[in-house]
Design a protein around this ligand. Structure first.
Ligand SMILES: NC(=O)C1=CN([C@@H]2O[C@H](COP(=O)(O)OP(=O)(O)OC[C@H]3O[C@@H](n4cnc5c(N)ncnc54)[C@H](OP(=O)(O)O)[C@@H]3O)[C@@H](O)[C@H]2O)C=CC1
Ligand SMILES: O=C(O)CCC(=O)C(=O)O
Length: 425
């Protein structure tokens, strides 16, 4: 029996996993004989739910719920970040792990897909509590992670510091220093040059390739960025350095706009001292919901899922949406943007720069031989460019959106692997 596409569901009821399933339904008619195996894409391989208890600084015990999901491992070990956020759910982590499967295959990395998360507001914990939480979580998921099994990395709410704690905990538990168990680590413990900005750099490269295709110059263009964390601030800085004008930025604290341009380096200093973009004196405050509809050439959603919906997609005034975040556009909004001729460079290509440099980090760790930042950036740019060029061609040939084209490329690779591997041990 065939599942119905779910794009008719409104953004209020559709969850991240249903969004992913709807995306798979859309690609199935293009998979030919491989559609026989498509159910493999619709089921995570394994799910681990863990209880993560910690002592708080004042001696109480707090429990948190954590997850690690392996969506797929046909093409290599599971790979994907760890999210620390108060709204993390299993459905979200399942979707994020599945998007990793598609992303890794779309850019040709030798990985499956995985993702993890803890439902916690990290801002409410002290550094000591966060370290205990991260270490306990690492031990709890230690059963299923490892450099040749599943390699976590940063996502929302986690970064290099947490990756160092994860590496150390895993290394202590197995009795040997194991840098390759996580990526996105500090350089001093086997991290890679370029990883910090890699996702934002990849967003920029994807935007530049899409712009070339439609004859749109990046220099002098207007850019809007939702979310000013690892991905959003790196993307904003790199666009700015390329001569684009960042005209609006938002984070959890609010949104700011200046049509004359915002210097992201200056904004970053404001955020470092005051905790958010709110109150930035060189721009006008606007309602956070308006940031997605500010006129611009490039809109970079770089926060969370389900931001561009059927409610605001009609008002988006960008020429190109470059998805820095995972899952920011619901299927119904995809249709509206498509109908309006707004190009959407989908998450599974646009934000693949992070996992690409994670892959470089992993390779460097195995070889204990480290590359220069120039080498890393050049390889990143080459791979992003090639991947988007290939997806663009499929979109033209099949007359489908870039998202469906990326899923055609990725699902074909994953299901070809499935058909060769067979079913039985
Ligand atoms: N880190 C990586 O390498 C990769 C990340 N991604 C994806 O990119 C997105 C962002 O991740 P990352 O930058 O790492 O996360 P961070 O935690 O570094 O930053 C998230 C940013 O989003 C802001 N934010 C959260 N909710 C909202 C909202 N409702 N409106 C506006 N801003 C909001 C946060 O604000 P505040 O700081 O005020 O809390 C913060 O600025 C996620 O979807 C993630 O999965 C994808 C590929 C790789
Ligand atoms: O760097 C990685 O391994 C994964 C990054 C990530 O979580 C993502 O691409 O969404």
């Amino acid at each position: 029996m065939k599942s119905e596409p779910l794009s008719y569901l409104s953004s209020e009821t559709i969850g991240p996993w249903e969004i992913y399933l709807a995306q798979v339904d859309r690609v199935t008619p293009y998979l030919g004989k491989l559609a026989y195996w498509v159910e493999d894409l619709k089921r995570p391989k394994r799910i681990l739910i863990v209880d993560v208890p910690i002592h708080t600084d004042d001696g109480a015990v707090l429990h948190f719920e954590g997850y690690r999901v392996h969506h797929n491992t046909f093409r290599g070990p599971a790979k994907g970040g760890v999210r620390f956020h108060q709204d993390v759910t299993l459905s979200e982590v399942m979707a994020l792990s599945a998007w990793m499967t598609i992303k890794n295959a779309a850019v040709g990395l030798p990985y499956g897909g995985g993702k993890g998360g803890i439902r916690v507001d990290p801002r409410k914990l002290s550094p000591g509590e966060l370290e205990r939480l991260t270490r306990r979580y690492t031990s709890e998921i230690g059963l299923i992670i490892g450099p040749d099994k599943d390699i976590p990395a940063p996502d929302v709410g986690s970064g290099a510091r947490e990756m160092a704690w994860m590496m150390d905990t895993y290394s202590m538990n197995v009795g040997r220093t194991t840098p390759g168990v996580v990526t996105g680590k500090p350089i001093a413990v086997g991290g890679s040059l370029g990883r910090q900005d890699a996702t934002g750099r990849g967003v920029f490269v994807a935007a530049a390739v899409a712009a070339e295709k439609i004859g749109l110059p990046v220099e002098g263009s207007r850019v809007v960025v939702q979310g000013f964390g690892n991905v959003g601030n790196a993307a904003a800085r790199i666009f700015h350095e390329a001569g684009a004008k960042v005209v609006a930025v938002s984070d959890v604290t609010g949104a700011v706009r200046n049509d004359g341009g915002i210097d992201p380096h200056d904004l970053l200093q404001h955020v470092a001292s005051l905790g958010g973009v709110k109150g930035y004196p060189k721009a006008e405050a606007i309602p956070a919901s308006e940031v997605l509809t500010v006129p611009c050439e490039f809109l970079v959603p770089a926060a969370l899922e389900k931001q561009i919906t059927e409610k605001n997609a009609w008002q988006v005034q960008a020429k190109i949406v470059v998805e820095g975040a995972n899952g920011p556009t619901v299927p119904a909004a995809d249709d509206i943007l498509n109908e309006r001729g707004v190009i959407v460079v989908p998450d599974v290509i646009a934000n693949a720069g992070g996992v690409t440099v994670s892959y470089f980090e992993w390779v460097q760790d195995f070889n204990s031989f480290f590359w220069t930042e120039a080498e890393i950036n050049a390889r990143l740019e080459r791979l992003m460019r090639q991947s988007l060029e290939a997806v663009w061609q499929v979109a033209q040939d099949k007359k489908v959106s870039l998202r469906t084209a990326a899923y055609i490329v990725a699902a074909t690779r994953v299901l070809e692997a499935r058909s060769l591997l067979g079913l039985y041990p």
